[in-house]
Design a protein. Structure first.
Lengths: 400, 400
């Protein structure tokens, strides 16, 4: 195995850990920016290092299309190609295909689809996905799973869960570089606890370096979402990292970390930056709003990033949606925010003040005490007392 | 009555060449080090480069990269002068304390004079916010709030083909507005008087003489001109030699050489912008005077001034854009990577290209200054233009 995972401190289910990967020594919980096509939109690798980025996610589907995994391999792997010396993670390519391609279909063999280049029928098998990822060379690679929308109901979910288990064995067999790349399996099973349980047990038997909780962050209600995460983190091995794919919003990351997850990825911070929205402790700040034109404060007075230390909301307002620099600066800030959140989660657990951090976080985001019910429920299961964040008058606590 | 201005700018010619080209030194208020001329003003949008984020600016050669062009028109309807003042003017608002801003309306890309709609009240421009009539009083309100180190007075620019009547009127208006602007001048910032006159030598001369009478720090003239050398010389012949001359709209290397030969010291340029957007990177040799006569035969037929990184020939090229170039891009990334970024339409391509192209073009100006100081400027021009023509001749020869 090319991964070492040491839990340094805990608070109930939450853990702060050190994860040693071939290219970097990471601290969890951590957020991974998504660099779809071998770049984070609008930021250089030196800027990413400066703001404390530890792992970047690359999308296998996009990279296999352009510039192709063969070319990346020929030029020495993705690290060298994009000049990123820290850690990389690639996904299997399956999710993009299903979500992006018009006529993608899943069979036992793999994912069949129409090539976006010439329309010819193509097939992505578990073997092919692993081979592509072997060529790209990331520290962590993801198994090809049969992922269904969480809003799906019926026998399809069960079929997908069992297929995912059959495919993990094919992925393991196809993996050529276990000494340098860590293959993570992905737990499926929709919102059904029975199916999830079967899947967790089966994948755990395979003794892989790490596990992801997949099939979430797709439109399911928050109450179902946290319960699946809670169930999986309770059942997955203690001594291996847990990666909740596609998450997400800062609030979701805090909750999942309280429940015992370690790794996250999402396009949200950079995507929302391109629409002029900044992440702040109170939630979001829409820089396009007219009121910003007269606001001479920084985006977030508590943020130490280059953007907040230098620029006013009024100036950023003048840039957003009109000049490329606007979305660059906002992406910079938003990623800094997410990475600072990662550091805060890790450090607060290490320093034994995790519940205080959580309360502080919730107070800032919900100053009126209207913490959503699903958060309250999740925190109860996580054993974190957030009474201080709720209005004193309420007996049961949470808002809707 | 003499108007006294606090010394916001010092300019001295250090080397006179055989012809009219001169190498000088410019000391601007906000810039700690003196700048050497002829110099390039870097293009900005609202004060920041189009793609190079402010934390990457220090990597450019300094103080060569200290002079930034800003068009006050970028702020029309996007930031009120009141807010700009509250934020402390350009240097404070942008956190750029080692840079000096030169403010004048035309930016050759977004803000172009629209002479048809100009009238005696103001000059009309196409701006990012639409067509606007800018009156001297509005212009000065912006200048006063922006607090640039140097700024040009408002001009009624007309193209070379207008009627004599219109051309004469443009000179009359420009001189009148010059006086209007000076009377509302901010306490700091060097004033450059604008010189117009279309392609009429007499009018250019008249304008130059009128403007020279005013106690201002320097001279600015805009618009691309036909029959250029004669017109340029007509103007510079009638300007005091010890004050700096700035021109807007002469951006290509050949045009810069023409301008330098006529005695111009400061240039803005949209060359880098157009190159960058087109996926081009500058590669022309800078060390012309020391080059051996023989030029590599293998480059026959290829444009030696720049390369189109979108071309498939660069797919696997693991070399930097220019071997030996010390810019951030060439130190960190390969032609293959930039080729990929261009193919997948990622903004990082423009960031990396703007960095390299700016670095390279600043190198061109450095080479010009060296040539003047060694009294080899004419030979430098000849060699440069010869090299540019060489590839065309070679291409023709191959085809013949």
């Amino acid at each position: 195995m090319a991964l070492r995972f040491e839990v340094l401190a805990r608070f109930n289910r939450a853990r702060a850990a050190r994860m040693t990967l071939p290219h970097f020594l990471c601290e969890t919980p951590l957020f991974m920016p998504v660099g779809t096509q071998g770049t984070i939109k609008g930021l250089t690798t030196s800027q990413l290092e400066e703001i404390g980025c530890q792992i970047i996610l690359g999308n296998t589907y996009h990279l296999a299309l352009r510039p192709t995994s063969e070319l990346i391999d020929e030029l020495g792997g993705l690290h060298k190609f994009m000049n990123w010396s820290r850690a990389l993670l690639t996904d299997s390519g399956g999710f993009q295909m299903v979500s992006l391609l018009h006529l993608a279909d899943i069979t036992e063999n793999g994912v069949t689809f129409q090539s976006p280049v010439d329309g010819n029928p193509m097939l992505l098998t578990p073997e092919e996905s692993i081979q592509i990822q072997n060529r790209i060379g990331a520290d962590i690679i993801m198994a090809l799973d049969d992922v269904v929308k969480t809003t799906t109901t019926g026998p399809r979910i069960e079929e997908a869960m069992y297929r995912t288990i059959r495919w993990i064995d094919r992925c393991i067999a196809a993996h050529q570089r276990p000494g340098e790349q860590n293959l993570f399996a992905i737990v499926q099973g929709g919102l059904d606890p029975v199916l999830r349980d079967i899947c967790v047990k089966a994948l755990t038997e395979r003794n892989l370096p790490g596990y992801a909780i997949g099939g979430l962050a797709g439109g399911e209600d928050k109450d179902s979402f946290w319960r699946v995460v809670a169930q999986c983190t309770a059942a997955l091995p203690e001594d291996k990292p847990r990666y909740v794919m596609g998450v997400g919003y800062p609030l979701d990351i805090v909750v999942c970390s309280a429940l015992g997850a370690d790794m996250y990825d999402c396009v949200y911070p950079t995507r929302t930056a391109r629409f002029g929205t900044a992440l702040v402790p109170e939630g979001v700040l829409k820089l396009k709003h007219k009121a910003m034109a007269e606001d001479i404060r920084p985006i977030d007075p508590t943020c130490a990033c280059m953007v907040c230390r230098t620029y006013s909301r009024a100036y950023i307002h003048a840039l957003v949606t009109k000049d490329a620099m606007g979305s660059q600066l906002l992406s910079y800030h938003n990623l800094y925010y997410m990475l600072q959140l990662s550091r805060d989660l890790h450090n607060s657990i290490i320093q034994g003040r995790f519940p205080e951090f959580v309360c502080d976080f919730l107070k800032k985001m919900f100053p009126k005490g209207d913490v959503p019910k699903w958060v309250c429920n999740a925190m109860e299961v996580a054993g974190i007392d957030i009474a201080a964040c709720l209005p004193p008058s309420s007996s049961r606590g949470c808002g809707a | 009555m003499t108007l006294a201005f606090p010394v916001a700018m010092k300019f001295a010619v250090k080397t006179w060449s055989n012809g009219k080209a001169r190498a000088g030194q410019l000391q601007l208020g906000s810039c700690p080090s003196p700048m050497e001329t002829p110099a390039l003003l870097l293009s900005t949008r609202k004060g920041l480069p189009l793609f190079i984020s402010p934390d990457l600016l220090p990597d450019l050669p300094y103080p060569d990269s200290a002079l930034l062009h800003v068009s006050p028109l970028h702020f029309v309807e996007t930031m009120s002068p009141n807010i700009i003042s509250k934020l402390g003017g350009l240097n404070q608002m942008l956190g750029l304390h080692r840079h000096a801003f030169a403010a004048f309306p035309r930016d050759s890309v977004q803000c172009l004079p629209e002479f048809d709609s100009s009238n005696k009240l103001g000059a009309s421009f196409d701006t990012p916010s639409g067509r606007r009539l800018i009156k001297p009083v509005d212009y000065m309100e912006l200048i006063c709030s922006l607090k640039p180190s140097l700024w040009a007075t408002l001009a009624d620019e007309v193209p070379g083909w207008v009627s004599d009547h219109r051309n004469k009127a443009s000179v009359d208006r420009t001189v009148k507005w010059l006086d209007d602007c000076i009377s509302q001048s901010p306490a700091s910032g060097a004033v450059f008087g604008a010189i117009v006159g279309g392609s009429d030598k007499e009018q250019r001369k008249r304008c130059a003489l009128e403007v020279s009478k005013r106690n201002i720090s320097g001279f600015g003239f805009g618009e691309s001109m036909d029959d250029r050398p004669a017109l340029l010389n007509e103007v510079t012949d009638h300007l005091p030699g010890e004050r700096p001359r700035l021109i807007s709209g002469l951006g290509l290397p050949e045009e810069v050489l023409q301008g330098v030969a006529a005695g111009i010291d400061l240039f803005d340029s949209s060359y880098i912008y157009h190159l960058t957007l087109g996926g081009f990177a500058l590669t022309f040799p800078l060390d012309l005077l020391n080059l051996a006569e023989e030029f590599p035969e293998k480059t026959m037929g290829i444009d030696q001034s720049k390369i189109n990184l979108k071309a498939t020939v660069y797919r696997k090229d693991t070399g930097p854009i220019v071997e030996g170039c010390v810019c951030y891009t060439c130190r960190n990334h390969t032609r293959a990577y930039i080729n990929h970024l261009l193919n997948v339409h990622e903004m990082l391509a423009q960031i990396l290209l703007e960095i390299h192209n700016t670095h390279h073009y600043l190198g061109f100006f450095q080479a010009i200054r060296s040539a003047i100081k060694e009294d080899k400027f004419e030979r430098f021009c000849d060699m440069f233009l010869q090299k540019r023509r060489d590839h065309l001749t070679a291409a023709v020869a191959v085809g013949a």
